[in-house]
Write a protein that binds this ligand. Structure first.
Ligand SMILES: Cc1cc2nc3c(=O)[nH]c(=O)nc-3n(C[C@H](O)[C@H](O)[C@H](O)COP(=O)(O)O)c2cc1C
Length: 326
């Protein structure tokens, strides 16, 4: 798939997820075949003020290439400056967040609030495009609420201002994450603009991925929550598409994956932050596995690294024995 000058190996993308899609997670998604990864949203005001945390958010590993950086904000000048910094940091493509429903973001005019201000959307896209050489995309929702679903208006602005693609999470801001994503609206968008449309919302399995392509005719899909605890979902979809049996990791592969993830998190963030940040991943990796509640309960409060690793070994080795009927 092609997004402007950027050629991708496939049309599967990792959605930006604040607090989740850090460099480590993105590299895993890439290793499992994801065509394009995006950073979590980076507040453009904070970029200019720097700091270690911001440096880590902007850090792109060679293995991620091509990676996108997502910027949030509402000031065209500040966003242009942040875009230049993202380009210097090695981003291959930019994305502007016009979908975040969180109050702390929308109380200014950022995130999904931007969709209520089409003129500002135009100005931001124009300024950011002028500031860098990078292909530019935007990520939107359907609109603020059911009565103001103006995604077509915003999409036309993006297209007119030279955006190379558009990601749409098919819910309104007021929906937040409730109900089902309205894939029909993605089809409507696809039928009404020429730039690539990347559909997003509720893809949690191979089957759902195929259904979204089928239902909407979208050019690519973006997966967020469905990749949490399952970064191999990209490989599974590619396997299915290429008529291979979709990859299903064994219990011991999942165990090794978690242990590696933990080690990399500790190396990148240090102790204790690297451990604390892993807690949500422990939950996701074990969701749906038997007796996982007890495992999660124990591991969520354990600060001793030796004990944490022991808990992981014990839980998964026990599961492996159960699987073998021993
Ligand atoms: C924990 C979490 C963090 C998110 N952070 C971002 C973000 O930083 N930028 C963004 O555009 N969307 C963000 N989203 C929205 C997702 O990118 C995506 O649009 C949404 O989760 C729907 O896709 P999914 O059903 O595949 O998860 C976030 C969602 C979740 C659950």
């Amino acid at each position: 798939m092609q997004l402007g000058s950027l050629k991708l190996t496939n049309n599967l993308m990792l959605a930006p997820l604040a607090g989740v899609t850090d460099m480590i997670f993105r590299v895993y998604a890439k290793r499992f075949g994801c065509g394009l990864v995006f950073s979590e949203m980076i507040n453009s005001n904070s970029v200019l003020h720097g700091g270690i945390k911001m440096h880590k958010k902007m850090h792109i590993h060679a293995e991620e290439f091509p990676a996108g950086i997502q910027l949030a904000g509402d000031d065209p000048t500040i966003m242009s400056e942040a875009a230049k910094m993202a380009e210097d940091a090695g981003a291959a493509i930019l994305n502007i967040n016009m979908g975040c429903p969180a109050k702390k973001v929308t109380k200014s005019m950022a995130g999904c609030a931007l969709m209520q201000h089409p003129d500002l959307v135009r100005k931001i896209i124009r300024n950011v495009s002028d500031a860098t050489q990078l292909p530019l995309t935007i990520k939107i929702r359907l609109g603020w609420d059911d009565k103001t679903m103006n995604y077509l208006e915003i999409a036309k602005i993006a297209e007119g201002e030279g955006c190379v693609g558009l990601m749409m999470h098919a819910r309104t801001r007021m929906d937040r994450f409730s109900g089902e994503a309205k894939w029909d609206e993605i089809r409507n968008l696809k039928e009404n603009i020429r730039i690539p449309v990347i559909g997003n919302g509720d893809v949690t399995s191979v089957q759902k991925a195929l259904e979204l392509f089928q239902a909407s005719g979208c050019d690519g899909i973006m997966i967020g929550r469905g990749a949490c605890g399952k970064p191999w979902i990209f490989k599974q979809i590619l396997d299915e598409r290429d008529n291979r049996t979709p990859y299903e990791p064994s219990i011991s592969e999942i165990k090794n994956h978690i242990l590696n993830h933990l080690d990399e998190s500790l190396e990148y963030y240090g102790y204790p932050l690297g451990l604390v940040l892993m807690r949500k991943h422990f939950t996701w990796y074990t969701q749906g596995l038997s007796y996982s509640r007890e495992f999660r309960h124990k591991i969520q409060t354990e600060m001793d690294l030796v004990k944490v690793k022991k808990l992981i070994h014990e839980y998964f080795d026990e599961k492996d024995l159960q699987r073998q009927g021993l």
